[in-house]
Design a protein around this ligand. Structure first.
Ligand code: PGA
Length: 252
């Protein structure tokens, strides 16, 4: 795991956009794994401006999102499908049939999970997987206690995630769905060739320290990334402030 400390959030967004740009320039039909949440919004803004400047062409790119709330239709204002279209897809030339996001309102949700997993396999895996991290150490919706062997499946959100995500639902935790579909830890670990984890702000400092320097434990799902052979963490100084071995981790 290599840790890059960005000067500030804009720098974090630029550095992560360069990784995606270089990947797509080298492989026009690259497969990107994408994340929602506040952290990647600036990355998506940067990718949109790179696209508008003619520096990146998404016409052959394939995308897979990490997760989606169960029960929300793709057009629901708080669905991750809607989020991705608003923050990225509607501004770039990605082909609609190259976009994959679990369909949260599929009545056959378990079958949806199996098909999703299979689609990633058939795409040949994910070239660059963008991850955020929860302040509880989750990646995707793999909450503390998640089994490292799990694949795409229906998951129950932890109380801390419901509270953290209430801000997207007008501040009311009651409105946050309790269930979601998420790529599993095994899906992420096995299918991702390069994982780029983004962390911004001091509320992520504990999670980043435990992820990188603590024991590998289901209590901190992101800690499994210590066992992946190509992980780049891009953190702002506040998210990186509790790392004890920063000079070692940033020179790997
Ligand atoms: P955030 O979410 O980017 O909104 O902090 C990250 C996550 O929960 O994975």
């Amino acid at each position: 795991m290599k840790i890059i400390v960005a000067d500030h959030y804009e720098d974090l967004c630029k550095l992560s956009a360069v990784i995606i740009k270089e990947c797509v320039q080298a492989k026009k039909d690259a497969v990107l794994g994408l994340a929602t949440g506040s952290t990647p919004v600036g990355l998506y803004k940067q990718l949109i401006s790179d696209y508008q400047a003619g520096e990146i062409d998404f016409s052959k790119v394939i995308t897979f999102n990490l997760d989606e709330y169960a029960g929300l239709s793709p057009s629901h204002p708080q669905s991750y499908n809607k989020f991705m279209h608003e923050h990225l897809f509607q501004h770039i030339n990605v082909q609609p049939d190259h976009i994959h996001i679990p369909q949260g309102d599929n009545p056959q949700l378990e079958a949806e999970c199996k098909v999703y997993e299979e689609l990633i396999r058939q795409a040949g895996g994910i070239d660059v997987q963008i991850l955020g991290i929860g302040s509880n150490g989750h990646i995707g919706f793999n909450e503390p206690g998640s089994d490292f062997e799990e694949r795409t499946r229906i998951v129950r959100l932890s109380e801390s995630t419901i509270q953290a995500n209430a801000r997207f639902f007008g501040g009311d935790p009651v409105l946050v769905p309790r269930l979601a579909v998420s790529m599993g830890i095994k899906t992420i670990m096995e299918f991702s060739k390069h994982i780029v984890l983004l962390a911004n702000g001091e509320e992520k400092a504990d999670a980043i320290q435990k992820m990188a320097e603590g024991p590998v434990t289901p209590e901190i799902p992101a800690s499994i990334l210590q066992q992946h052979n190509h992980v780049t963490v891009i953190a702002d100084p506040k998210a990186a402030q509790k790392l004890k071995n920063l000079s070692y981790l940033s020179n790997k």
